[in-house]
Design a protein around this ligand. Structure first.
Ligand code: UGA
Length: 433
């Protein structure tokens, strides 16, 4: 099938490449010229394992082309995916839908044949309905159907999550062609037995926000238990393991530590609260405020622990921060807990050296005044404390001995509960979780 993907960020670039991988002919639309040029040359402007190879392969074969022209997009196909960003509004909790709105405003007036627009971006419930009304106003004697087909991919596993998703979800109005088209688009995935849930658009929109709200709640739940464990002298990791064996609970997303960040969970729970408020259902989601609070307290706690370990003040101390990405296998530093902690520690008078295997360039843009080291050992040189804040394999496997030789004080703080405590302690480290 021929199809267009509007917006080539994490979601759109992955979706476009994966649709080409499924055998479709894809035109990707990216309005930022720099990003477009990179992608057209087969380069991915962010770190996502496996994506550069796949993208390049399909650009070279001609199955995936890149453009900035909505006129070209309108001519190319009858199916359009919206994959643009929906960041948090500045100074507000709600989602900023300007890019989604712009895609409709730009595309629909160019259409000359009936079209199906499938939204993949995470949007507040009610967006598909609003866009349908607007598309009808903009359409010139044609039928434009809007349906929602939310995406559940995780950064770092984006290709696998797109090609072999846990489920496919479609929210469509009755009488349209969305389900028929989706069954063709995802024929290979459906043939493998992937569950396909077809509902109405508000339900599909809510499936996505509910999934992210649940994941955030699960993480904050275990972090709240971690707070109680700190007070009671209990072991939260053992609790996660023990309750995780209950199939109703499950072990995944029960890793206590520095909490969640990134471009999705934090802004999605806030947008969800804001939307529930607009709908008069604020009370139903009031617990998400606590989920957010527990999460933010983790960052504060990390700063407080570091100060304690350093003898009550961070003034004049040297702190090594290992990890800057919001999670491993990503170079994304949007709302990164690690960088947030690094920034706070610096504000309290310490000099902070950061090392991350992939996120150095992005970190520099956000926090130019931190020191950036080229290796773990450089970052740890003369450190009073070493903080592991993103659980990259490189840190999990780190040999504690050579690190001890370069630090000033052998204090390690395991912000992600990912290190082998015995190994560090037996190599002379004061180990703090
Ligand atoms: C998240 C969801 O997992 C995806 O399903 C969803 O499609 C995506 O948002 C989105 O809305 O686009 P992602 O942001 O890539 O994906 O990252 P996650 O793997 O969910 O991790 C989020 C944060 O939670 C990270 O900072 C991670 O370190 C933290 N986390 C995760 C924990 O603190 N503990 C855990 O047990 C798991």
């Amino acid at each position: 099938m021929r199809m267009v993907v509007l917006g080539l960020g994490y979601l759109g670039a992955t979706h476009a490449a994966c649709m080409a991988e499924l055998g479709h002919e894809v035109l990707g639309i990216e309005i930022m010229p720099e990003k477009r040029a990179q992608l057209a040359a087969g380069q991915v402007p962010f770190y996502e394992p496996g994506l550069p190879d796949m993208l390049k392969r399909h650009i070279d074969s001609g199955r995936l082309t890149i453009s900035g022209s909505y006129v070209e997009a309108a001519k190319f196909a009858d199916v359009f995916f919206i994959a643009v960003g929906t960041p948090q509004k500045k100074g507000e909790y709600s989602a900023d839908l300007q890019y989604v709105d712009a895609a409709i405003e730009e595309l629909v007036p160019q259409l000359t044949r009936n079209a199906l627009i499938l939204g993949k971006s995470t949007v507040p419930v009610g967006t598909a309905e609003r866009l349908t009304t607007r598309a009808q106003e903009l359409a010139k004697d044609i039928d434009v159907e809007i349906a929602w087909n939310p995406e559940f991919l995780r950064e770092g596993y984006a290709i696998a999550d797109t090609l072999k998703p846990d489920r496919l979800v479609l929210g469509a109005y009755p009488g349209g062609r969305a389900e028929t088209f989706c069954r063709q688009i995802y024929a290979a995935t459906l043939a493998e037995g992937t569950p396909f849930i077809v509902a109405d658009p508000p339900t599909a929109e809510l499936v996505k926000t509910s999934a992210n709200a649940f994941l955030a709640t699960k993480i904050s739940f275990i972090n709240a238990i971690a707070e109680v464990c700190d007070a009671a002298g209990a072991d939260v990791q053992a609790i996660a393991e023990a309750i995780g064996y209950d199939a109703r609970i499950g072990r995944k997303f029960l890793n206590a530590g520095l909490g969640f960040g990134g471009g999705c969970l934090p802004k999605d729970i806030r947008a969800f609260m804001a939307r529930a408020g607009e709908l008069g259902a604020a009370e139903a989601l009031s617990f998400l405020r606590e989920v957010d609070n527990v999460n933010m307290r983790r960052r504060q706690r990390m700063v407080d622990i570091t100060r304690e370990v350093c003898g009550g003040t961070l003034l004049g101390k040297r702190i090594a921060i290992l990890g800057a990405a919001f999670k491993p296998e990503s170079d994304d530093v949007r709302d990164s807990p690690a960088l947030n902690v690094a920034g706070q520690i610096q504000l309290q008078g310490a000099s902070v050296a950061v090392y991350d295997p992939k996120a150095m360039e992005n970190s520099r843009k956000v926090f130019p005044t931190l020191d950036y080291a080229g290796t773990v050992l450089d970052a740890c040189d003369q450190a009073d404390a070493v903080l592991v804040l993103t659980e990259w394999r490189e840190f999990v496997d780190l040999d504690p001995l050579p690190v001890r030789d370069v630090v000033r004080c052998a204090n390690v703080i395991d912000g992600r509960m990912c290190l082998d405590k015995n190994r560090w302690v037996s190599n002379g480290w004061n180990f703090v979780v």
